[in-house]
Ligand binder design. Structure first.
Ligand SMILES: [Zn+2]
Ligand SMILES: [Zn+2]
Length: 133
């Protein structure tokens, strides 16, 4: 059994892949809905304000955005970077282009042009010799 200290409240808990104990995870879930509501009501609030007003670390907000649970409006001016090309995106991990490229990589079929090598040389060794008897 892996027992750790909760990163938030410091309580010991059975490690389950999260760095927070159950009650803090629950608290974070409540926060999520709070933040989501807040963004809904304040579509132009930037991330720092959202974090401060809701008492949530910016990292946590970004995490939710990466998980596509939170989406900021274009008006908010909030964006995160595409993990592949660094282009600003509103939600998720990759921009549209990179997402498209990734799908293409898996589904594209390589059509190779066959190299042209027509036999142009006409054989000069065509003469037969007949042996008379
Ligand atoms: Zn905790
Ligand atoms: Zn990208």
């Amino acid at each position: 059994m892996d027992v750790r200290n909760c990163k938030k409240c410091g309580k010991l808990f059975n490690y389950n892949g999260e760095s927070l104990c159950q009650s803090c995870v629950k608290e974070m879930e409540d926060k999520f809905f709070e933040v989501r509501d807040y963004i809904y009501k304040n579509p132009t609030a930037n991330m720092a304000v959202v974090a401060e007003e809701n008492d949530v670390p910016i990292q946590q907000i970004k995490k939710w955005v990466r998980q596509e649970r939170l989406t900021f409006s274009k008006d908010s001016g909030i964006s995160i970077d595409c993990e592949s090309c660094g282009k600003p995106i509103l939600t998720g991990r990759y921009c549209k282009d990179c997402k498209g490229k990734m799908t293409n990589t898996f589904s594209s079929v390589y059509v190779e042009k066959p190299a042209e090598n027509k036999p142009n040389k006409t054989s000069s060794k065509g003469k037969m010799r007949f042996l008379g008897n």
